[in-house]
Design a binder for this molecule. Sequence first.
Ligand SMILES: *Cc1c(COP(=O)(O)O)cnc(C)c1O
Length: 462
Amino acid sequence: MSKPTGLNDPKTRDHPPAVGAVLARPELVARVQEHGHQTVVEAIRRAAAELGVRPELGRADAERWVADRAAALLTEEPRRLHRVINGTGIVIHTNLGRAPLGAEIAARAVQVAAGYSNLELDQPKGRRGDRQDLLSTLLSQLGGAEAAMVVNNGAAAVLLALAALCRGREVVVSRGELIEIGGGFRIPDILRLSGARLIEVGTTNRTRVQDYLAAAGPRTGAFLRVHQSNFAMSGFVARPSLTDLARAAREHGVLLLEDVGSGLVPPGPPAVAAEDRLAASIAAGVDLLVCSGDKLLGGSQAGIILGRTELMTRLRRHPLARALRPDKLQLAVLEETMLRYAIPGRLEEIPVWRMLHLTSDELRSRARSWVDALSGFGLPAHLVELEGAVGGGTTPSRSLPSFGILLEDNHPARLRRRLLEVEPPVLALERKDGVAVDARCVLPGEDEALLVAIRSAWGLRP
Ligand SMILES: *Cc1c(COP(=O)(O)O)cnc(C)c1O
């Protein structure tokens, strides 16, 4: 034992081990490869701080202790971006990264992105190509359009379309569609940013074709139709059909543009309105439409643009197209996803699609298996009926009836928080009498991890 008085004396105090000495130890050398130099150094500093000054340990023992602890910290340390189990029953959950990618879809996309690829190679000619050529045929066929292109996300697609086609012109929009979709994306702001001038028509609840026609003049560039996304109107409401609007636009020589929001390719699941279908919009006479890649489509973050070839050429040549272009991972995921739509019988491999089609029998029996497992450990778990949602601004007024478990607890808010602190974190639903986990969006293969997480969170209750 050291004399207490010596601790504050720089000459006699035992210093914590030097970072360099610990870093050189064999058990940490491989970790530098794995985590990077800076992360390992930070783990060593944290471990050394935990050790503090322990003069009774010799230098070698102290170094070993710090190295072991640093290695443990590196193993424990989750990535800042990591997996979360979705217990909310909301399929397209923006807080949780929207559409999850199927394991095979993700693996194939990563395989392409892990190496060099033909992203911008015109392969037959062996010279520079255009990334927009890669998916244009596949996308335009699936959407029933002449041409297609991809940008970084849906918001970028709206901006590019308006900037390329309507800059300096008037764009007519119904007052019922001047929406904010969250994350600060407001249609009037995007219009202003694009250099177009907004002309509002109709009222919040009712807009007719005549309203568009009355507003159309020599400076009008387009009628813009916007999916109302995350809000729904009911009661005394009206808006023109796309077909009628398309006819009016043609008669006036202006474009009809549509922000579809959540793009749906084939006939949708029962919970989704058919108006979300891309091909239906094109067939109705829309000149150009945009949608998101990671909502109902179930692919990567992307903005998909479909429409007439001549308009697409203008978009592709616009300087913003370069600023908003997608990267190879986005394109690879999108191609893998769209191929599942093109091949019959493979839709099930798109997680969003599979989750939306789960039957109540499937959901109930999964939830019941969790109840059985947790009851076996003495936890107060019960089978419950729940109401999930499609999410992502799609058909907000319709719920997705589901099954799940309820963990009875007197402090539901605290238990819900605990569930986010354990490994793997679980986002659950707070109820009056406990915390619920909806079975729909817990991915196949996550059952065991979910049960472990619930037991850890339960064990952490005071
Ligand atoms: C989601 C959505 C967008 C934005 O798409 P992101 O891919 O999220 O950028 C734009 N318009 C509507 C109507 C939407 O629902």
